[in-house]
Design a protein around this ligand. Structure first.
Ligand code: NAD
Ligand code: ZN
Length: 394
């Protein structure tokens, strides 16, 4: 005899993303009201994790947070702030996620308590993973402090750490409880990190909204000059487009074969790894966007002028569009970034699906990428990279 039951239910997720300045300044009640409101009548018990690169630039941050928590009776700090390495080091060694899990266990963080992480995308990815698996999920508050984390990684639903030499191999889909984007943190970013996150804005404009692309073209000057209002606008629009996609695409947890928000990323993830993370994520994404945009042109999908405009915008924002690792080959003479294509497909399974462009603001999915076309695209990027006079025809 054979029997079966059918199970079906859906769970809805909601979380606010706030855009503000001076989150932990004494009179700023946004965070306190949010947490106390969710936890009343109990105080909101908070374990706080800090990115050490952030802390180095904001040395009073831990004491500011402590003072803030003490000033608001609805909040309760669960011991001293934990400090973890900033950057990819936080994801490359799982001891940091374990450290957080241990702190959750020892400091009484339950499913009604909060793990609050402040830092760049890497620290948030790692802390989000720990929050997702501790007690099968404790409440997680993200306070992203880089451009990339505020406009992309911090407002989404993915987290993870690296394993087996692969990016984000171990992780979960776990939406945060709330996100607080505080633009005052951005003033201390290294120029590379200020720029790096803009690649994700270019990316999302290319696949979603031509008007945003044109805005980026028109505002490259203020963005390069580190004008905060321009960056705040970039972050808001980029976060909005990412969030709209996640909520509206019908596949927030990427169960299908398609990852439109990962346009330009198949080579970018590999370049990060090949360069031992010497290239920042956003810097690698800029190269990946340029590579795939010019490839789309060569494949007859995208007009030459539009493809050139993309390369020009990326260059105007200060990105290098070529790195020697693009041309590194394995023993069989195959481009080493090609492995990135395999890994990109393996990460999801299913049919290889790569987002390309048919216009600025309009993506198109393809299921095949030809190596000669990619090599030709690399030659174009290399030629653009060389000083005038050395350029070869493309
Ligand atoms: N989860 C997702 O959906 C998603 C999306 C995109 C990228 N990511 C991941 O995000 C990571 C990259 O994040 P990132 O670009 O924010 O870089 P990052 O996290 O590597 O941080 C870059 C550097 O900035 C420092 N830093 C952080 N805030 C600072 C501040 N306010 N002032 C001065 N220094 C500061 C950090 O210590 C670090 O040294 C990658 O691991 C990438 O895979 C995840
Ligand atoms: Zn990215």
């Amino acid at each position: 005899m054979q029997k079966s039951l059918h199970q079906s239910f859906s769970v809805s997720f909601e979380y606010p993303v706030y855009f503000t300045r001076g989150l932990f300044s004494p009179g700023h009640t946004l965070l306190a009201e949010h947490l106390a409101g969710l936890s009343a009548p109990r105080p909101a018990r908070c374990l706080v994790v800090l990115d050490d690169g952030l802390l180095a630039c904001h040395p009073s941050l831990a004491s500011d947070i402590q003072a803030y928590m003490q000033a608001h009776p609805g909040l309760e700090l669960a011991g001293e702030c934990l400090v973890v390495p900033g950057g990819e080091a936080a994801k490359n060694d799982r001891q940091w996620a374990d450290l957080l899990l241990e702190a959750v266990e020892q400091r009484g963080i339950d499913r009604h308590a909060y793990l609050i992480a402040l830092g760049g995308g890497a620290v948030l990815d790692m802390a989000g993973f720990a929050a997702a698996v501790a007690h099968r999920g404790v409440r997680h508050i993200r306070v992203p402090t880089t451009v990339l984390a505020q406009n992309d990684s911090g407002v989404g639903v993915k987290n993870g750490i690296n394993a087996f030499g692969k990016k984000n191999f171990t992780g979960a889909f776990a939406p945060p409880t709330a996100v607080f984007n505080d633009s005052t943190f951005l003033s201390t970013l290294d120029p590379r990190d200020w720029r790096s996150g803009m690649a994700e804005a270019v990316k999302v404009s290319l696949i979603k909204e031509a008007a945003f692309f044109r805005w980026l073209e028109a505002n490259a000057g203020p963005l390069n000059a580190r004008e905060l209002p321009a960056m705040e606008k970039l972050i808001y629009e980029c976060a909005r487009l990412h969030m709209e996609h996640i909520a509206g695409s019908g596949d927030p947890f990427e169960k299908g074969s398609s990852r439109p928000l990962d346009f330009g990323h198949w080579s970018a993830h590999k370049l990060e790894q090949l360069t031992r993370y010497e290239l920042r994520h956003g810097e690698a994404v800029a190269i990946g966007l340029a590579l795939d945009s010019w490839y789309a042109h060569l494949a007859g999908l995208l007009g030459r002028d539009e493809a050139q405009a993309i390369l020009d915008l990326l260059q105007n924002l200060g990105f290098e569009l070529y790195h020697p690792a693009l041309e590194w080959e394995d023993d069989s003479g195959q481009l080493r970034i090609w492995q990135g294509l395999r890994e990109f497909r393996e990460h999801l399974g299913g049919r290889l699906t790569i987002m390309l462009l048919e216009a600025i603001g309009k993506g198109i999915e393809v299921h095949r990428i030809e190596e000669p076309g990619i090599r030709a695209s690399i030659r174009k990027l290399k030629a653009m990279h060389q000083p005038a006079g050395l350029k070869s025809p493309t």
